[in-house]
Design a protein around this ligand. Structure first.
Ligand code: HEM
Length: 157
């Protein structure tokens, strides 16, 4: 008479005692917390500042603004650009710009450093940037003003 064997037990069992209350979610939360600490912009979805930053004020100078945040301000009514790692709110300047508003709007929410440089702006124009300053990129996102790095000769202090 044929005997029916029960199938072998293939479940993976650890020879070591495993703490049952450890779940994957805790590890995910831990990883996210660590990432949020070292590079918050890679974890959190940027949201717009609730209060408007007044351009050119001392408070604006110390503000750190990420590229992700800048990218949310890309309309004629709310237009930020990045020039040499600094962020400028040029919304109120669009109508005044001697080179026209359309050319600046092409860079709304984006980096305009090479466009600004290659348009042959005068020293006066470079100085005028201060009026619109609202912040600076975090060190990790900078290209032009890195400590110890070689500086372009014509970028403002
Ligand atoms: C906040 C940023 C900017 C400021 C304060 C600014 C300021 C000025 C000023 C004062 C002039 C008159 C000429 C001079 O003094 O150099 C000018 C001209 C001009 N700008 Fe800008 N500019 C800005 C951004 C840009 C950007 C992003 C572009 C993009 C390409 C641009 C393109 C031009 C051009 C083509 C002219 C020459 C206009 C002409 O001679 O007919 N500007 N800008």
């Amino acid at each position: 008479m044929a005997t029916v064997q029960s199938p072998p037990d293939l479940s993976l069992t650890s020879p070591l005692p495993v703490k049952q209350d450890t779940n994957d979610l805790d590890l995910v939360a831990l990883t996210m917390a660590a990432l949020r600490f070292v590079s918050p912009w890679s974890v959190d979805t940027p949201t717009k500042w609730s209060t408007r930053i007044v351009p050119g004020t001392p408070e604006a100078k110390d503000r750190v603004i990420t590229l992700a945040e800048v990218s949310l301000h890309d309309t004629p009514k709310d237009c930020w650009v990045v020039i040499y790692d600094r962020i400028y709110d040029i919304t109120d300047f669009l109508d005044e710009h001697p080179g026209g508003d359309d050319i600046m709007l092409e860079y709304a929410g984006r980096d305009a450093s090479t466009a600004f440089r290659s348009s042959g702006h005068s020293i006066l124009a470079t100085k005028a940037l201060d009026r619109f300053l609202i912040g600076e990129l975090p060190l990790q996102e900078r290209m032009y003003r890195r400590p110890g790095g070689i500086r372009l000769s014509d970028i403002p202090e």
